[in-house]
Design a protein around this ligand. Structure first.
Ligand SMILES: [Cu+2]
Length: 263
C-alpha cells in the first residue's frame, strides 16, 4: 500500500534486504498508526475534559463524575484493534519467522551456517561441499577450535570458517544460522535483514531468513556484552548464487586446517 510506504519514508526506515522484512516493517507502521491515533484521540479528550470541567464553571467537585459511556466504548474499540493486530498480523508473522514448523526444509536447499559469538567478534563456520558439518563437542573447544569440532570426523574435512567478522551468503536462497556463544550472552542483529537473535552459551539456537537484495550489511551485537560491545561489528555480504559459489570455492581452497580462520 502506497500510504504505508510513505509512512515508512517519513519514519526513515532502514532499507530492507530480506524476504520477511517488508511484512515486519508494515506491521511496525500499523502499530505506530494505532499509537498515533490513540495519542491524538486521548490528548484531544484530555483537552476537552480540562475545558469542560474547568474550575470557573465547576466550583464544587462532583462526587459522581461524568456519566457517559464514551471512554468505555473507546477502550473496547482500542482493545479490538489491538487484538486484530495481534491475531491477524503479529502471531502469523512471528510463526513465519520463528516457528520451527516453518523452518526451511531439505527441498528449499537452505545454506546452513554455524555462528559462534565471542567477546567481541563473530565466527562463522560453513559445511563445505558435502553440506554436512563435522561433529562438535564442548570438550574440543580450544582457542584455535572455537566450534569444538571433532577433527577426526570425515565430515569435518571440507568444512571451513570464513574470516572473523566476515560472512557471506547467497541471495534468493534460504539461510539457516545455528547461533551460539563461547562466553557471555550476545545478540546477532542485522538490521537490513530484519533478524535479531540472542546467542546464548550452551545453546545452539536456529534462525532463518532469505536475503533478496545483494549488498554488504553490518552485523551488530544487540546485547551489552562487555567493554568491547560497541566494537563487536561484522559484515554479512549477500552475493548472487554464482558469486557465492566462487567465494566458497576460493575460501575452501585456502583452508589448510579446518579449524582455522582465513582472510
Ligand atoms: Cu556481544
Amino acid at each position: 500500500m502506497e500510504l504505508v510506504d510513505k509512512i515508512k519514508d517519513l519514519m526513515s526506515f532502514p532499507p530492507v534486504a530480506s524476504e520477511h522484512g517488508k511484512s515486519m516493517d508494515d506491521f511496525i507502521v500499523y502499530v505506530h498508526v494505532l499509537m498515533a491515533v490513540l495519542f491524538v484521540g486521548w490528548f484531544a479528550y484530555f483537552l476537552y475534559a480540562l475545558f469542560r470541567f474547568r474550575h470557573v464553571k465547576n466550583p464544587k467537585a462532583s462526587y459522581t463524575g461524568a456519566q457517559t459511556s464514551f471512554s468505555t466504548y473507546a477502550e473496547v474499540a482500542v482493545a479490538v484493534a489491538e487484538v486484530i493486530l495481534l491475531v491477524s498480523l503479529a502471531i502469523p508473522l512471528w510463526a513465519t519467522v520463528v516457528d520451527s514448523d516453518k523452518f526451511p526444509t531439505e527441498k528449499d536447499k537452505p545454506l546452513v551456517i554455524k555462528v559462534t559469538a565471542q567477546q567481541f567478534a563473530w565466527n562463522a563456520r560453513y559445511p563445505g561441499k558435502d553440506g554436512a558439518f563435522g561433529k562438535q563437542d564442548i570438550k574440543f573447544v580450544a582457542p584455535d577450535n572455537k566450534f569444538g569440532v571433532d577433527k577426526n570426523d570425515p565430515n569435518t574435512k571440507d568444512d571451513f570458517e570464513s574470516a572473523i567478522n566476515l560472512m557471506h551468503v547467497p541471495s534468493d536462497r534460504k539461510v539457516i544460522i545455528h547461533l551460539s556463544s563461547l562466553d557471555v550472552i550476545h545478540c546477532f542483529k542485522v538490521v537490513p535483514l530484519r533478524i535479531t537473535q540472542d546467542a546464548i552459551p550452551g545453546l545452539m539456537i536456529p534462525m532463518h531468513f532469505k536475503a533478496v537484495k545483494e549488498g554488504k550489511y553490518m552485523i551488530t551485537c544487540a546485547q551489552l556484552c562487555g567493554n568491547g560491545h560497541a566494537t563487536m561489528r561484522g559484515n554479512i555480504t549477500v552475493l548472487s548464487q554464482s558469486d557465492y559459489d566462487k567465494w566458497e570455492a576460493d575460501i575452501a581452497a585456502k583452508a589448510k586446517d579446518t579449524a582455522t580462520s582465513f582472510e
